[in-house]
Each structure stands twice: as C-alpha cells, then as structure tokens.
Write a protein that binds this ligand. Structure first.
Ligand SMILES: *Cc1c(COP(=O)(O)O)cnc(C)c1O
Length: 456
C-alpha cells in the first residue's frame, strides 16, 4: 500500500476552483452549432433567450472563452458541500488483488445525491439574476429535478418539474423530496400541455421519455410569463458548470503528483463525464499530455457506440434547437425496465465531437454486469452507488482486472456520480435474479435512423 497517499484527498477551501473551464475553447474542431428547428439556421442569442436564461444562453453560444468566473454566490453555495473527496479505493484494489491504483471522485455527498447540483445552483442563480419568477424542467430518474428544487428553494424561485411517468410512479420518494423543496411535479406526458396531449393521443399508455418531458417543460416555460427552461445535461453550459468536478480532481491529483493513465465516466447526456474530463481533454487538445478517456453507456441506450453522428432534435416534440450529436433518434424510447437513468437518446455535442476526433473512447455495458460491479464496490468501499455511476465502476473494475493479468500498475480515476438509495427497486430486482439485459436490435435502431432529419 502506498502510504503517502491518504484514503481521501481533500482540497482546502482556498484551493477550490474560482473559474469554470470551457473545453470548447481548446477544440480545433468545434461542436457544430445548434440549429433553429424552424429555419434550420444556427440559433441566435435572441432566439435562445426566449427559452433559456440570457446569461446561460451566452455561455451556450461561447466556444472561444476558456475560463468563466464562478459568481461569488455560487462559490459560497459550492462550499456547503464541496470540495468533494477524491478517494483512493484501497479496499477495492485489495478486493480485486490488482496492482492498479484506483481513485474515484465522489459527487454523492449532497442531499440531491448526485453531481447535478453543481449545475442546478448555477442555473438557478442566473434565473434569479435575470429577475425571473421561476423555471421549468424535466427529470428522468429524478436526480436533476431534486437538485433543481434544492437550488430554486435556495434562491426563492418557483420550480415546475415534468417527471417521466414511469419514474414518477416507480420513484415516489424522489417526487416527495422535490415537493419538500417546494417544486411542483407533473407526470409526463401530461394533459397540461399541448405537446403532452398530442403525444398521449398518438401513444396512449406510453410510460414517457426524457424527450417528451423536455417538450412539455419547454412549452410550459414559453407559455408562462416570467419563466425559462433549464436542462440538467447535454447542453454545453451544463458541461461548463460541471467542469468544477474535473478541476478539483486535477488539483487533488497534482497535490500528490499523480498522473492518471485512464479516466472513466458514465455517460447519459454527457455532463458529468464532460465535467470530469474537461481539464484533461484540454491538455490533450493542447498537446501537453496524454490520457485514455473512456465513456461508459448502457447497452440498452447506446448512443455513442451504436448511434449516428448527425443533426437531430433534442426532444420528441421537436420544439428545441437541433444539435449535431451521436443519437439514436429523438423517438427512441429505451426499455422501461432498464434501471439506470442513462436513458437519453442523444449525447452532448462536445462529447460527441471529442469522440468523433478520437480524444475519448466509448464502451457499452449490460445492466446485470453493472449491478454486479455496484454490489462488489458497495461491499468493500461502503458507498451504495447509483446505478448510473456503477457503469463507470464496471469499466474501472474491468481495467483493474486487466492490470492484474498484465502486471501493469496503471492509475485509474473514475467519476462516482451519486448514491443509489432511491434505486432500491432496481437493486431488489438484481438481488432476486429478476434483472434482464435489454439490448435494442439493429432493426429497431435502423428504423429510428431512417427518421433522422435531413440537414446538411
Ligand atoms: C443524471 C445522472 C447521470 C447521467 O447524466 P450525465 O449528464 O451523463 O452526467 C449519471 N449519474 C448520476 C448519479 C446522475 O444522476
């Protein structure tokens, strides 16, 4: 055991990041611009500002400024639950009997239980600064809605959450956390919006999807005076806010002169992964350093490993701007029995471009293998991981076991994005041996790809 490195590497408050890092500034191949769904021309700041808070729209469109100051109010809020620890997984290393050195950045130490609060507080801050009454959003598994309700209650903003119906029914406790923080929660699709009524008419009995819920939340924002829409992932502004994860990780590693060989993150919409890897990818893009970066996604929703890199709608109702991204098609609805919250049809345009440029690689994993890794991790490291986070654990364990075979002492860093206390139905299924591995067929995917909008 390497005695010099503590179990937990913490930063002093004075060492915490005071700026977010915008990796696009260092990308030669910039992510393609978002397009207006009506004109198919790049969206302007003015058009964006009808849907999004103005400062956030500016961040979204800025691909040249490398650093943004973190406003003092946000830094103060961060100090309530940050810095998050970078943990040396000595116990997991011992359990695996591997020469690899494993670290994880743990983002589950706040009531929302995930990294999502890092961006929620930023988005609520800018909404408040603009003098808005409130914000609308969607939530899938519920972590984003929880984080946003917490952030909104802190800044005394109203918060309307459209929650994917299957989660609303399966995760009543998540819903109650949101309501405790003052948010209103509506199961989606609902008959409270025009687009919701349309989707219900076309697909009666649907259990909903993130794409549907986004359309409803956007409509609620644009039809209620003093409201704007906020999103918990995919958008570049979210990756920008989440860069606090990577900047802290890098500062902690630098304190002990640790150079990671492999950096691993789970990828739903790409925000935690993008945040974790941004400073490291920046070094690669500037030719200063090399890392192996791995995005891990579920085999049931494999946007990077099996999707097409194309312009697509971000939502089922086709009201949001189009993004060029790895996508499974905006109508793709992954199997409802899938336990994780990594169920979005597309991937962040930044992550998509970095993947296309071979700065990062991607793997897909099946959910029983994910829960096997989750349980193994929980039993030695003490933390009950979120199913989403456990995708990263799976690949970290796989890489550590490879090191055992080859004798290589690689340093592996992965993002442990949250805790799984609200996911016990999924754990129950796993423990009862009732979990299935749903993988979409090539035919299913081909039918969705055929419907992708034709944009040159
Ligand atoms: C939302 C969520 C994810 C996936 O979202 P990304 O935007 O891809 O980071 C991963 N882990 C947890 C715990 C989450 O709540």
């Amino acid at each position: 055991m390497d005695k010099k490195i503590p179990y937990k590497i913490y930063l002093e408050e004075s060492e915490m990041p005071k700026q977010w890092y915008n990796v696009r500034a260092d990308m030669k191949n910039k992510p393609a611009p978002l397009l207006n769904p009506g004109t198919l021309q790049p969206v302007t700041l003015e058009e964006m500002s009808h849907i999004f808070c103005e400062d956030l729209a500016k961040q979204e469109l800025d691909d040249t400024t490398p650093y943004f100051d973190i406003p003092q109010e946000i830094q103060d809020f961060y100090r309530m639950y940050r810095p998050s620890p970078l943990v040396r997984a000595y116990c997991l290393e011992k359990e695996l009997d591997t020469p690899a050195k494993i670290y994880y950045k743990f983002e589950g130490n706040n009531t929302s239980g995930s990294h999502k609060l890092n961006s929620a507080i930023a988005q609520a801050y800018y909404a408040k600064k603009q003098g808005l009454k409130g914000v609308t959003t969607e939530t899938g598994a519920g972590q984003w809605g929880t984080a946003l309700s917490m952030a909104c209650s802190y800044f005394h903003l109203d918060c309307k959450v459209f929650m994917v119906k299957v989660s609303y029914e399966q995760k009543p406790f998540r819903r109650e956390v949101m309501r405790t923080y003052g948010a209103s929660v509506t199961p989606s699709p609902s008959n409270t919006t025009e687009v919701g009524r349309k989707i219900l008419a076309e697909h009666p009995g649907t259990t909903g999807s993130l794409g549907c819920a986004i359309s409803e939340a956007v409509e609620a924002a644009t039809t209620n005076e003093g409201y704007r829409y906020v999103l918990g992932s995919v958008l570049t502004q979210v990756l920008l806010h989440q860069s606090v994860i990577g900047l802290e990780t890098k500062a902690a590693l630098d304190k002990y002169d640790i150079h990671p060989d492999i950096i691993i993150g789970c990828a739903g919409g790409g925000s935690n992964l993008g945040g974790l890897i941004s400073p490291f990818a920046g070094e690669m893009l500037r030719g200063e350093n090399h890392y192996q970066i791995i995005a891990v996604e579920p085999a049931s929703c494999p946007s990077l490993t099996r999707g097409h890199y194309a312009y697509d709608f971000c939502d089922t109702g086709k009201v949001c701007p189009l993004a060029k991204m790895y996508t499974l098609g905006c109508d793709f609805i992954p199997s409802p029995n899938h336990a994780g919250g990594l169920r979005y049809h597309g991937m962040s345009p930044v992550i998509s471009q970095l993947y296309d440029d071979h700065i990062i690689e991607a793997r897909s994993v099946e959910q029983t293998a994910v829960f096997e890794a989750a349980e193994r991790f929980a039993r030695v490291e003490g933390i009950l991981p979120a199913p989403e986070s456990s995708h990263a654990i799976r690949v970290a364990i796989d890489e550590a076991l490879k090191c055992k075979e080859t004798g290589e002492e690689k340093t592996i860093v992965f993002g442990l994005t949250g805790t799984g206390y609200f996911d016990m139905v999924a754990y129950e299924k796993y423990n009862n041996g009732e979990m299935s591995d749903y993988i979409p067929s090539d035919e299913t995917l081909a039918a969705e790809f055929a419907k992708l909008p034709k944009v040159e």
